[in-house]
Design a protein around this ligand. Structure first.
Ligand code: NAD
Ligand code: HP7
Length: 312
């Protein structure tokens, strides 16, 4: 099948380019205002490249009107978060399915419009939520589903991944463009928590700063104390000593769940799932976007009772 790619010069685009190649498909067109895209040559030197999105749009439209073999069936969206819905609309308009990076949108209500457009165009919107494909978490979910009734689990989730000063000056550090750390990074674990433990019944936020957030969630099947940070000073000493840049940990009733390894090649798995008809769509992406949005808009609790150990 033929693919288009928006945001080809960015950090995550090579994983999509590789996934398109590894799933046996062709990248025929790419767009990015920045032209540092020699990475296209690794698999797709024949792909057309546009620095203006309008010209990319025109090219895909021309192919849409052409013969069957010219059709572009999928457009992958790797642009900054605040542009996702506009770029997904472009994909649907040219009659392609969209494979969009997380978070699908920053404001939950924009999902409604995308759902309507899916129906109008007869094409689907998929979100990249690759941590659902981690084998250890798939196993945990299976085990949880097999249990008829159990006490609420006690979960302590710590997600620290160091980012330098550049992060604050980039679109990722601009709340209105990224949705803040909760939507830009936390979205992965909010999605996992909902997928594993069901609805969030209540939520408290204990810390809300540009580089770190923390809170507690009462979910159907778990009470979760969570801590999220991009601040290098929050990394545990042993991680720093070993030259590591991230510390991702989840304990379940005090037992560590394997959660940090095997992150690197999941994009190809995401593509395989989508192409096999098992992709995560708007319905699956919605709960974590709702939750992160509501956490972003919560008052900070002054009492630190029940807080994650890193803040209490
Ligand atoms: P980035 O800033 O490195 O790349 C974004 C690219 O989009 C840049 O090359 C930029 O020039 C381009 N761009 C900006 N405006 C554009 C426009 N109007 N049209 C086309 N291209 C445009 O950011 P990134 O880290 O690659 O993030 C891209 C997306 O991927 C974001 O949605 C981010 O949340 C997501 N992401 C997901 C993961 C993951 O683990 N799934 C990891 C990193 C990033
Ligand atoms: N890195 C960069 O060089 N540039 C970047 O833009 C980002 C990282 P990880 P990922 O920060 O926007 C996570 O923490 O897992 C460097 C989120 N995904 O493993 O790839 C970084 O300094 C993602 O949703 O990053 O991405 C490290 O050296 C979020 O958009 C290295 O790359 C992204 O951070 C790897 O860093 C972000 C997950 O948490 C699964």
């Amino acid at each position: 099948m033929n693919f288009g790619l928006i945001g080809a010069a960015g950090y995550i685009a090579p994983k999509h380019i590789k996934a398109i190649h590894e799933t046996g498909n062709s990248l025929v067109a790419a767009a990015d205002p920045h032209d540092c895209v020699g990475r296209l040559d690794s698999f797709f030197p024949e792909a057309r490249f546009f620095t203006e999105i309008e010209r990319f749009d025109r090219y895909l439209e021309k192919r849409r009107r052409g013969p069957e073999e010219e059709q572009v069936q999928y457009v992958s969206v790797c642009s900054p978060n605040y542009l996702h819905d506009a770029h997904v609309r472009l994909a649907l308009r040219v009659k392609a399915h969209a494979i969009c990076e997380k978070p699908l949108v920053i404001s939950p209500w924009n999902l409604d419009a995308l759902e309507e457009l899916e129906a109008e165009h007869g094409r689907k919107v998929f979100s990249v939520l690759q941590l659902r494909l981690l084998p250890s978490l798939l196993k945990l979910r299976e085990d949880l589903q097999a249990q008829v009734a159990r006490e609420r689990a006690d979960i302590c989730l710590t997600y620290i991944t160091r980012r330098g000063c550049w992060y604050d000056s980039s679109w990722k550090g601009a709340f209105e463009k990224s949705g803040g750390v909760a939507l830009n990074i936390g979205i992965h674990f909010f999605d996992l928590l909902h997928w594993l433990f069901g609805e969030a019944e209540s939520s408290k936020v204990h810390l809300n700063a540009p580089r770190k957030m923390a809170g507690v969630l009462e979910m159907n099947r778990a009470r979760v104390r969570w801590f999220l940070s991009t601040d290098a000073d929050d990394l545990p000493e042993d991680v720093v000593k070993q030259g590591g840049y991230a510390h991702r940990s989840m304990t379940f009733d005090g037992q560590e769940i394997e959660f940090s390894g095997g992150f690197t090649d999941l994009h190809t798995r995401v593509y395989e799932e989508i192409l096999a008809g098992r992709g995560t769509g708007i319905t699956e992406a919605r709960p974590s976007i709702d939750l992160a949005h509501s956490i972003n808009n919560s008052e900070v609790e002054h009492s630190l009772r029940d807080a994650h150990p890193f803040v209490s």
